[in-house]
Design a protein around this ligand. Structure first.
Ligand SMILES: Nc1nc2c(ncn2[C@@H]2O[C@H](COP(=O)(O)OP(=O)(O)OP(=O)(O)O)[C@@H](O)[C@H]2O)c(=O)[nH]1
Ligand SMILES: [Mg+2]
Length: 218
């Protein structure tokens, strides 16, 4: 092969790849700020995604080519330090718009929650007669048939002997009756900081991506 040909081949490969990206199924990651989205994305991609103590470090949409699918890290919604309500609403609108625009391409969606903070947040919203943004987002993903998977993270913050009780409460808040174990198809328990829950979520991602690819081959 001469150099000229090699160069062209590389160019062609690059082009083919970039075109492909648009056609690949997507797996999106959503969740309130600080729940562990970047930690999850880093575990899956093994790339050095920024993981921060300060909430709201991920403001733009990050995409990672995983071969069979594209992993999409969406900005965190809900409370963020230093941002006013208008900005928060705008971020939520951006996320909703992204999902609506890409819904045909999305094989499944992962919604992360903080096991400890979640019931408290729901309670706070309930008192104001409002639907918590996490639950609103889950219902929205469900309506669009985007196969939402609830990843209940930071389980290390819950005492082991209270796990079942706590997880029952969480699935009930999402509108599913206890016991939580009957919902293992769409619920993943995680301690992502230790890598726990990764195997389960990868299994579910693969399942949905395979199904999506099969469905779109016809
Ligand atoms: N206790 C505990 N902390 C965790 C766990 N997973 C992640 N964290 C920590 O939670 C903090 C936030 O994690 P990130 O992955 O940056 O969260 P994020 O959802 O990407 O946050 P934004 O980018 O602000 O939306 C970090 O300090 C993590 O180390 C876990 O399983 N248990
Ligand atoms: Mg992040």
């Amino acid at each position: 092969m001469d150099d000229e040909f090699k160069k062209n081949l590389e160019k062609f490969k690059k082009m083919a790849k970039s075109k492909n990206i648009e056609e690949k199924p997507q797996v999106i990651v959503v969740g309130r700020s600080n729940v562990g989205k970047s930690t999850l994305v880093r575990l899956i991609t093994k790339k050095n995604v920024r993981v921060g103590k300060k909430p709201g470090v991920t403001l733009k949409i990050n995409k990672y080519d995983m071969g069979n699918y594209i992993l999409v890290d969406l900005p965190g919604f809900g409370f963020m330090t230093g941002l006013d309500d208008k900005v928060q609403d705008k971020i939520k609108d951006e996320i909703v718009k992204y999902i609506e625009d890409n819904k045909e391409k999305i094989a499944c969606s992962i919604i992360l929650i903080d096991a400890k903070a979640f019931p408290e947040i729901v309670d706070r919203w309930d008192k104001r007669d409002e639907i918590p943004i996490d639950i609103e987002m889950f219902d929205f993903l469900n309506e669009l048939k985007l196969n939402p998977i609830i990843l209940i993270n930071k389980m290390d913050k819950i005492k082991k002997n209270l796990w079942d009780e706590h997880l029952d409460d969480i699935v009930e808040l999402f509108g599913y009756p206890a016991p939580w174990r009957q919902w293992l198809d769409m619920v993943v328990i995680g301690i992502l900081k230790d890598g726990e829950g990764l195997k389960d979520i990868l299994y579910k991602i693969n399942y949905h991506v395979s199904l999506y690819i099969k469905r779109n081959k016809k």
